[in-house]
Design a protein around this ligand. Structure first.
Ligand SMILES: Cc1ncc(C[n+]2csc(CCOP(=O)(O)OP(=O)(O)O)c2C)c(N)n1
Ligand SMILES: [Mg+2]
Length: 609
């Protein structure tokens, strides 16, 4: 649709490819452009300025300044996770593309749709075209293969070579990004192309309805029958899932199927809430397993529904005789070079549709007799109860007053209420967060879906922008908090009115690499002398947020004080101010030979009175 202001701009020779790109994004549903600007973006900056002066800026996405590109993409990632809507990120040439860093990995692995637009150093140097080279950096930013920086992760990468079809390419990139398995799409254009003036609206139908993502896929009827028969005839059927909860409808479909047939659910490395934690058929969580899960070993039919890592075969796996079915939008993980689950059937399908099909087939074939379902469910409910009793015991505060991770998560759970959106990047405490948060609502607990740390800093900003009425809470390791470029993320939170509560599991360093080493070398030199991954001298982690974003900042070491500090922090967040609390928890991997001496509390991280 050509807008009146665009007609005027075209007539006056001011309608540029940059304007078309921005308009195309807005038409495609992009509300925010998370941007880090450079000399390649003169067309974009000018287009926004013109639109503001003409009073038509709402035809473009709102420009949000992001002082770091990793935070920009993480914010778009968090926004898309909460809203389901793909957003856009603008970065500067090869430099900005490189600074996206691991956030591209997270978006790809997490199957999150996002459009990344990058500039390209000018392609002329003698004044041939508007935008020609006129700054020394233009020579330094020539790159042999700029898209190669993201090629291993982007679903789509394309250079816009003319502004004439700029809108078409925005829609095309977003259509690919949004089609399952979703992921990042990368467009790039030289400064001259972004400055190109267009005589009319650029090519093709611009309306969003012509560019919908590929329609969700159902199971072939015989596959639905096969899975239904296997689940009906099994002695101990089990579902394993990691990210089925990306679609709330799939959570409802799974619950219905499990209740109909008495099937238990294990969540494996869950980056989403997938099945209500309190449901008696919920059989717990497995992250980095060191031993065999007996419930997995007992299962004779295992339905893997939405999981990249349903188990870690070197430590934990189903019995060799178990019949396994893999249902997924991405059932053989085409991007993972080494991946295998020994399944009887791999089927590509939308999980909500597929699970409803299986449920329908079981019903149509007469269902299961009530006694069988009751026997199955009864056995699983006692396993569920035993787990919960164990977890409840772990939540009790220690006599010495120190804060354990389980107690910390329990306090957060009691403080935040049911409506909160919790982001987890708790690393060696992922399992503790899963077990003690008791997430029961779809979308109430999310992780990055990838493994590049720091996602939660920007993602919390994106999540709050997507759900301004909800409380956003991040549970994050001290290392991961620092990976998230907190100065940038917290500055954005204040500037754009997107405050959240961050709770840092401050175990004084990187526990994970230490535990990894001990798992491979249980009696090696690290076991005797420690891994050297501690963070002494302690940094004032909440102080970073106070300085950059005016956040309420507190450090807590004593269990008894934690509920009050959390309450105070939440009241700040609800009144529009971010809060960051660092909670001292025991080092997860203390060196056995040398006792741990906690460093003295520095001037910036005093205990609250
Ligand atoms: C970008 C990035 N760099 C390095 C790593 C490797 N790594 C995995 S866990 C970890 C430590 C994380 O520390 P923290 O958040 O404090 O969690 P903890 O291990 O202490 O529980 C590191 C460095 C990674 N996953 N991503
Ligand atoms: Mg740590």
């Amino acid at each position: 649709m050509v807008r009146p202001w665009a007609v005027t701009a075209m007539a006056e020779g001011r309608y540029t490819a940059s304007r078309a790109l921005l308009e195309g994004m807005r038409e495609a549903g992009v509300r925010y452009l998370f941007a880090n600007l450079g000399s390649d973006h003169t067309g974009i900056v000018e287009a926004y300025a013109q639109a503001r002066s003409e009073g038509c800026a709402d035809a473009m996405p709102e420009l949000l300044l992001c002082p770091h590109e990793f935070v920009a993409l993480s914010a778009a990632h968090g926004y898309a996770q909460v809203s389901g809507e793909a957003q856009a990120v603008l970065v500067h040439t090869d430099c900005g593309t490189q600074n996206l860093g691991g956030a591209v990995h997270n978006a790809a692995r997490g199957r999150v749709p996002v459009l990344i637009l990058a500039g390209l150093s000018p392609v002329t140097d003698g004044g041939e075209l508007t935008g020609t080279r006129n700054e020394f950096i233009h020579w330094l930013q020539d790159s042999a293969d700029q898209a190669g920086i993201v090629r291993g992760y982007a679903k789509y990468a394309h250079e816009i070579r003319t502004g004439r079809n700029a809108k078409q390419l925005v829609h095309r990139a977003l259509q690919v990004a949004r089609s399952e398995p979703a992921g990042p799409a990368y467009l790039f254009a030289s400064r001259e192309v972004m400055e190109e003036t267009l005589p009319g609206e650029p090519g093709g139908p611009g309306q969003r309805q012509w560019w919908s993502p590929v329609a969700p896929l159902a199971l072939a009827p015989q596959v639905a029958d096969e899975v239904a028969d296997a689940l009906t005839g099994a002695a101990a059927p089990l579902v394993v899932t990691s990210y089925l909860g990306r679609d709330p409808a799939a959570v409802a479909a799974l619950t219905e199927l499990c209740e109909l047939a008495g099937i238990g659910v294990i969540e494996s490395a869950p980056m989403w809430m997938n099945f209500p934690a309190g449901h008696p058929l919920h059989l717990g969580y497995q992250w980095n397993t060191t031993g065999q899960n007996p419930l997995l070993a007992e299962a004779d039919v295992v339905l893997v529904a939405g999981s990249d890592v349903p188990w870690i075969p070197s430590t934990n796996r189903p019995s060799p005789g178990a019949r396994i079915y893999v249902l997924d939008a991405d059932p053989i993980k085409e991007q993972m070079t080494l991946w295998h689950v020994p399944a009887a059937r791999y089927a590509r399908a939308d999980l909500a549709i597929a699970l409803r099909q299986v449920t329908t087939r079981i019903r149509e074939r007469g269902g299961l007799d009530a006694a069988t379902v009751a026997r199955r469910a009864g056995r699983l409910a006692s396993a569920h109860r035993a787990q919960r009793e164990l977890w409840a015991a772990r939540e009790r505060p220690r006599e010495d007053g120190t804060v354990t991770p389980a107690y910390l998560v329990a306090c957060v759970r009691e403080a935040i209420g049911e409506d909160a959106i919790v982001l987890t990047e708790a690393i060696t405490n992922y399992q503790v967060v899963s077990e003690h948060l008791r997430a029961s609502r779809p979308g109430s607990l999310i992780g990055s879906g990838g493994s590049s740390l720091g996602w939660s800093g920007g993602a919390a900003v994106g999540a709050k922008l997507a759900a301004p009425g909800r409380t956003v809470v991040s549970l994050v390791g001290d290392g991961s908090y620092l990976f998230g470029v907190p100065a940038s993320a917290q500055w954005m939170a204040r500037r754009y009115g997107a405050p959240s509560l961050t709770v840092i599991f401050d175990n004084q360093g990187w526990a994970a690499p230490a535990l990894s080493t001990l798992a491979v070398h249980p009696a090696g030199a690290t076991a005797a002398a420690g891994a050297g991954t501690g963070f002494a001298p302690e940094a004032d982690l909440p102080g970073v947020a106070a300085a950059a974003g005016g956040a309420y900042a507190a450090t807590v070491s004593q269990a008894a004080r934690l509920p009050a500090v959390l309450g105070r922090a939440l009241s700040h967040v609800r009144r529009g101010r971010a809060a960051v609390i660092s909670v001292h928890v025991p080092p997860a991997a203390p060196p056995p030979a040398a006792p741990h001496h906690p460093p003295p509390v520095g001037p910036g991280q005093k205990e609250e009175p």
